[in-house]
Design a protein around this ligand. Structure first.
Ligand SMILES: NC(=O)c1ccc[n+]([C@@H]2O[C@H](COP(=O)([O-])OP(=O)(O)OC[C@H]3O[C@@H](n4cnc5c(N)ncnc54)[C@H](O)[C@@H]3O)[C@@H](O)[C@H]2O)c1
Length: 284
């Protein structure tokens, strides 16, 4: 989808951080932006920021873990904007920073409910509307660099597992929707300035119990390419990166070129394991 002006986008988690950055970037391309968030006041603030800057936006209250809430949101977008061309399923949580041994079942359930099923439910709710615009239709799911590599010295195992799932889901979805002319990208940012830890605590439903976040200091000797040591990118810079990725229909939309070596290291280790397997097969 190369032409964005005059078209309509939804951004979940649009009230803060990366979602706000995407919403501002899309508004700058003259898209009408439905800023959707569970914290409706933050969605309203971002919509107001866009409208005051001469763009077009409106707020949508949505909880991406609820099919009912998402269906209401899709109806609101259809009635207020009349169409949908770009869906950014961006809402996500970092439920805790703690070793897996200290990660409760409730931490896992909260993480997966938003980062995996929240993305799946968002796509299911908005796809009927999006299909009406095909082939001028595109989906961007926000995963993370943590969906391409794990970080053994950064204790976020449940988050990493959820983001790997988001990448796998997005790659499968891209293959399935290509025949309908609908593009799918997965945004895999490294560190971006946001309120992720604060909003994840604030939005955590009571049923999932207390958060087990601990203070975390990056190990002093981490490589420059490590997610814990790359400079935090201002969220406003992510918007133009997403715009370029959508226009070029990239599968992975990436930030922080310095993290490339970490991804190559992972593929290198898989390749080594193939070499090991081949040697073992050769043995009688
Ligand atoms: N900030 C980073 O360094 C970073 C890096 C890689 C990936 N990400 C991913 O980017 C996405 C955006 O996170 P962010 O860092 O901008 O954090 P953020 O907390 O600033 O923004 C997340 C927004 O999502 C909303 N949200 C949370 N749960 C929701 C729900 N159930 N329904 C609707 N909205 C909900 C929050 O209210 C918040 O406004 C997440 O998927 C996150 O995992 C962030």
């Amino acid at each position: 989808m190369r032409d964005l002006a005059g078209r309509v986008a939804v951004v979940t988690g649009g009230g803060s951080g990366i979602g706000r950055g995407i919403a501002l970037g899309l508004a700058a391309e003259e898209m009408t932006v439905a800023v959707a968030d569970i914290r409706v006041e933050s969605a309203e603030a971002v919509a107001a920021e866009i409208n005051e800057g001469g763009g077009r936006a409106f707020a949508v209250a949505v909880d991406v873990t609820s099919v009912e809430s998402l269906e209401l949101a899709a109806k609101q977008v259809a009635s207020e904007a009349g169409a949908l061309h770009l869906l950014c399923a961006n809402a996500g949580v970092l439920a805790q920073i703690a070793p897996l041994d200290d990660t409760t079942v409730e931490d896992w359930e909260y993480t997966l409910s938003v980062n995996v099923l929240g993305v799946v439910k968002t796509v299911q709710a908005f796809l009927p509307l999006l299909r009406k615009s095909a082939p001028d239709a595109h989906i961007v799911n926000t995963a993370s660099l943590g969906g391409l590599i794990s970080s053994p010295d950064l204790p976020i195992g449940a988050y990493t597992a959820s983001k790997y799932a988001c990448v796998g889901y997005s790659e499968s979805l891209r293959a399935e929707l290509a025949v309908e002319g609908i593009g799918v990208s997965v945004l895999c940012p490294s560190v971006v300035t946001s309120d992720l830890i604060a909003t994840s605590t604030q939005n955590r439903p009571k049923g999932y119990g207390e958060q087990t976040t601990r203070s975390y200091d990056a190990p002093p000797d981490v490589a420059d390419s490590h997610p814990a040591s790359v400079p935090s990118m201002p969220a406003e810079e992510v918007g133009p990166i997403v715009v370029a990725g959508v226009r070029a229909n990239r599968l992975h939309i990436l930030t922080h070129p310095e993290t490339r070596s970490r991804v190559e290291e992972r593929f290198g280790s898989i390749s080594d394991d193939y070499a090991f397997a081949a040697k073992n097969e050769a043995k009688p």
